[in-house]
Design a protein around this ligand. Structure first.
Ligand SMILES: NC(=O)c1ccc[n+]([C@@H]2O[C@H](COP(=O)([O-])OP(=O)(O)OC[C@H]3O[C@@H](n4cnc5c(N)ncnc54)[C@H](OP(=O)(O)O)[C@@H]3O)[C@@H](O)[C@H]2O)c1
Length: 312
């Protein structure tokens, strides 16, 4: 089978499609034929070697976290799925390997694909959707009437976070580039700020929650836009950041938190229900596996606004 791997850390030139044996499954696993896998910024942060503390340095390593496909084999201990089921899910975030014709997973890593969405849409949901759920419902605990600022609102995570925050009854100010502004409005944002034209430091409004998805907003700036008991969340886990946040939160009413994605089967089921219902899942770009370097070149340089998927 084909699988995207890399043998050294570096830019997208290190990733390549190689022939590998199809995985064999244990009694507790299923073999999934992957129809589509999505691209996430975590992919390039890992293959560039920026997250070695979490991903480890052992090579070769597979690329890709979330996928959608069809169950082709089930182990004797599998109870919830059958051969032929259409499913979506994710591998261990730092393990990688979803960009492959087949993956071996446990039941906890997948959910049935809602009939209402395509394989491409289902593949783009797990990482970005679970991140949005964790940010909105757990880290920020967004509720009715909350004033929320989403910085980087039309990327993979942001487009789901807008919809979830609105569903929880918040008033959402979305910060997006010029091209993303109409989409932010269409996804439900109450107010859109174009970061190429307006500096968010000039905003006079104060927020209960600020979620930064751009990796560019530092707490020092964000805290001036927070209400006295507001919460700032970013998505850059680092030992230094976690320690800083811990000590900061001991002494300040304004909290700072960091997303460390914790995938759960319950989270996947919630996403499936939302997708079957009304969640919009825009796909911005679709690539063939053979064009994987081009895919990472374009997405990692910010040339794709929203989710990109790779079809297998
Ligand atoms: N810690 C974890 O466990 C975890 C899990 C999932 C995701 N993440 C991280 O979460 C972040 C967001 O993920 P994603 O998939 O949504 O990424 P993405 O699709 O690349 O979105 C990033 C967004 O930031 C916007 N942006 C860029 N520069 C900006 C600026 N100066 N001000 C405001 N917005 C700006 C971009 O808008 P334009 O395209 O219009 O420039 C884009 O919409 C990434 O860093 C990812 O690695 C972390």
């Amino acid at each position: 089978m084909r699988k995207v791997l890399y043998n050294r850390f570096g830019d997208e030139q290190v990733v390549e499609v190689q022939e590998q044996p199809t995985p064999t499954i244990t009694e507790e696993q299923l073999l999934i034929q992957v129809k589509a896998a999505s691209i996430n910024p975590l992919d390039w942060k890992i293959y560039r070697g920026e997250m070695k503390l979490m991903s480890g340095s052992k090579l070769p390593k597979g690329v890709g976290i979330d996928f959608a496909g069809i169950v082709r084999q089930v182990g004797a201990g599998v109870t919830r799925f059958r051969v032929g089921d259409a499913v979506f899910g994710l591998l261990g975030v730092f393990k990688g390997g979803a960009l492959a014709d087949y993956v071996a997973v446990t039941e906890a890593a997948i959910a049935l694909k809602p009939a209402a969405i395509s394989f491409d849409q289902a593949a783009s949901l797990p990482v970005a959707g679970l991140a949005a759920l964790q940010l909105v419902d757990q880290l920020a605990a967004i509720g009715k009437g909350h004033e929320v600022l989403l910085n980087g609102a039309t990327g993979g995570v942001g487009q789901f976070a807008i919809q979830l925050a609105k569903k929880r009854g918040a008033r959402v100010t979305a910060v997006a580039g010029q091209a993303g502004a109409p989409r932010a409005t269409q996804l439900g944002a109450d107010l859109v700020v174009d970061y190429t034209r307006q500096d968010i430091r000039q905003l006079t409004q104060r927020f209960d929650t600020i979620i930064d998805l751009s990796d560019k907003l530092v707490f020092k700036v964000a805290k001036k836009l927070l209400k006295p008991k507001g919460t700032f969340v970013n998505t850059l886990p680092s030992p230094q950041g976690l320690v800083l946040s811990f000590f900061h939160n001991l002494f300040s009413a304004r909290k700072r938190k960091i997303l460390i994605l914790k995938p759960t089967a319950a989270g996947l089921s919630t996403l499936a229900a939302l997708a079957q219902d009304e969640l919009q899942i825009p796909i911005e770009r679709v690539y063939a596996l053979a064009d994987i370097r081009q895919a990472y070149q374009e997405t990692s340089r910010g040339n794709v606004k929203g989710k990109a998927v790779v079809v297998l």
